[in-house]
Design a protein around this ligand. Structure first.
Ligand code: 5GP
Ligand code: MN
Length: 351
């Protein structure tokens, strides 16, 4: 199978004009960047440098250590620690790429205003529903597994894969792998594997990429996982599970903020599970509970998160937050699960 064109002729022409004209490109991703955010910024950084541009990649805040090995990740600017350098980069920018988010508020409190004050044209490349950022060009493909998949398709359409390096391919593969839980969800489209095949052809070592990302636990992280599963996991009706974690518990195991990624997926490994919810205290804002949800098949996490957790996301992976105590948040979860009972029960009928 050959991958079909993703972009229309007008989109390609527009993107080429914008990139041709640019000399200083700023890349932005969402707060609490994940593998897809960092992977797509890294690949875009290397690509644009190959095209002769000066590139500054900015993450709104710190991101997990297990992403730091990604090419160019260690030189990315963390906006909350060096806002004056962010201001300087935006002042010089003649093109801004928004990668892996659909609306400026996903960058946190400060960056949206700065972005809107920057006169450079904006291009969004993303795979979240409902793009809303007033861009010169919006390349939004929610059917794709990751922004990295969208970016690869853009690069193919634009002829930018000519001369593409294994480092660029490695960055793209990382985003595809992390946003699909190593190709265990959101990855049934044959095009996903076609894209992977292209990246393998460029010489990536996918087994090593997997280990770099997933086999990086500290002893504390491993023991925290055991504790959360043994002591803190609560089974809810109709194949749902809830795990809660306080900052005190996290600190007891010497686990850093951001290093609890993946915990939410674990309950789904039990047979017949439909939904997993993970509540954790925010590390910076007291009184804020972060919510992560994961589901299988057609259970709509994004609808659940929009209705109960001030958030959204993808059908099988969404998140949000609640401004209340942990006990109150657990109450909200129980109400939410009751309301979505019928959608959770589907599995009981079909098995
Ligand atoms: P995670 O559980 O890994 O933090 O987030 C999973 C997905 O849910 C993210 O990729 C993102 O699409 C979505 N998400 C997480 N937090 C929020 C939020 O506060 N608001 C919205 N709209 N989406 C979120
Ligand atoms: Mn993504």
């Amino acid at each position: 199978m050959m991958l079909p064109q993703l972009l229309h002729t007008e989109e390609k022409d527009k993107l080429r004009r914008l990139v041709d004209k640019a000399t200083h490109v700023v890349l932005l991703c969402h707060q609490n960047a994940d593998g897809d955010a960092i992977g797509s910024m890294a690949a875009a950084t290397l690509l644009l440098r190959r095209l002769g541009k000066t590139v500054t990649a900015i993450a709104p805040n710190n991101f997990p250590d297990f992403l730091m090995w990604i090419p160019t990740a260690s030189e990315m600017m963390l906006a909350d620690r060096m806002m004056n350098r962010v201001d300087a980069a935006l002042a010089e920018a003649d093109l801004v790429l928004l990668l892996d988010f659909n609306t400026p508020s996903r960058m946190g409190d400060v960056l949206p205003e700065k972005l809107m004050a920057c006169p450079a044209p904006r291009v969004m490349i993303d795979h979240h529903l409902n793009p809303d950022a007033d861009c010169a060009l919006t390349i939004s493909h929610p059917e794709m597994c990751s922004t990295c998949e969208v970016l690869l398709r853009v690069m193919l359409d634009m002829g930018w894969t000519e001369g593409m390096t294994a480092l660029e391919a490695t960055a793209l593969y990382t985003g595809m792998m992390t946003d699909t839980g190593a190709f265990t969800y959101a990855s049934n489209r044959p095009e996903v594997y076609e894209a992977v095949s292209i990246l393998l052809g460029l010489g990536i070592d996918k087994d090593r990429i997997y280990r770099n990302v997933f086999f990086t636990y500290t002893e504390g992280r491993m023991r925290l996982m055991g504790y959360l599963l043994y002591v803190k996991m609560e089974m809810l009706p109709h194949h749902a599970a809830l795990i809660t974690m306080t900052n005190e518990e996290r600190k007891h195991f010497h686990v850093k903020n951001g290093a609890t990624e993946g915990i939410v997926n674990l309950p789904l490994q039990m047979e017949g599970m439909r939904l997993s919810i993970f509540l954790r205290e925010d590390t910076e804002q007291p009184g804020l509970i972060r919510v992560s949800t994961r589901s299988v098949d057609d259970f709509p996490c994004n609808e659940l998160c929009a209705e109960f957790f001030n958030g959204g996301g993808h059908k099988n992976a969404s998140g949000g937050s609640l401004r209340m105590t942990m006990a109150e948040a657990v109450g909200v979860v129980k109400t939410a699960v009751r309301k979505y009972e019928d959608k959770l029960k589907v599995n009981e009928i079909s098995t």
